[in-house]
Design a protein around this ligand. Structure first.
Ligand code: C5P
Length: 236
């Protein structure tokens, strides 16, 4: 289950920047406004894995967003190696039982918590139809959340649109991590299923993942604090 004591601990800032030095500078700029960071594919492709250990060594929490999907042997061993990086969360696509079971085996005995990616927040019903999937994004998220839960994952990644249904169906035992968070005055970008921080929290999200509305803001620290305040106001 989710473990956080304050609104600040529920905000995860995505370090979606091209270089480790830029990421380090962003962490310095954000200062004590942010205690949880997400390192994803963009940064990992340029030395970002080392930053996981560096930030964890500074007492910060790190979400390693690798969205793994491969044959079970590869997934299990990748997760086992990731478990020694100091990351708190690691993502794996929650598309099938074999992948999720292998991931859970790889994380067994470690402190690493696995999150199943249900349906990317950039994907809508038309994109699913193109893949031959006729289920709605909401139904598919619930199916995959159920599977992730059954396979022993700590939580899932889902948009605010599905958080309420996942929470009411699966109860409090599964952490819900929600990207696609925007204030009404933020640009949506490539996200299709966006929600405000207040509604995502009210609907049951445990953690909010925010990147561009903070890191591309002219005042990133003030932008981060605005999200922290919104989380606090939704829980007050
Ligand atoms: O800039 P923005 O706030 O849209 O960034 C959202 C972050 O969350 C990105 O790093 C993206 O890769 C990640 N993410 C997502 N949807 C998912 C899983 C992760 O947007 N389903």
């Amino acid at each position: 289950m989710a473990d956080y004591a304050s609104a600040r601990e529920r905000l995860i800032v995505g370090l979606d920047v091209p270089e480790v030095d830029i990421a380090r500078a962003m962490v310095r700029t954000l200062g004590d406004a942010v205690v949880f960071y997400k390192i994803g594919l963009e940064l990992v492709m340029r030395g970002g894995l080392g930053l996981v250990q560096e930030l964890a060594g500074q007492g910060l929490k790190v979400f390693l967003d690798m969205k793994l999907l491969d044959i079970p042997n590869t997934v299990e061993k990748a997760v086992r190696n990731a478990a020694v990086s100091g990351a708190t969360f690691l993502t794996v696509h929650a598309t099938d039982r074999k992948t999720l079971t292998a991931a859970a085996q790889g994380a067994a005995g470690s402190k690493l918590k696995l999150l199943g990616v249900t349906v990317l927040t950039s994907i809508d019903a038309n994109d699913l139809a193109e893949q031959g999937i006729t289920r709605s994004p909401q139904d598919l998220v619930l199916d995959r959340a159920r599977l992730a839960h059954a396979c022993g994952l700590h939580g899932i990644v889902a948009s605010g649109h599905e958080a309420k249904r996942v929470r009411s169906t699966l109860g409090p035992g599964l952490a819900i991590v929600t990207p696609g968070i925007r204030f009404p005055d933020n640009a949506t970008g490539d996200q299709a299923r966006v929600t405000t921080p207040q509604s995502a929290i009210a609907d049951g999200a445990d953690y909010l993942v925010v990147a561009r509305p903070i890191i591309a803001d002219p005042s990133p620290r003030a932008a981060a604090l605005r999200f922290v305040e919104a989380i606090a106001s939704a829980t007050a």
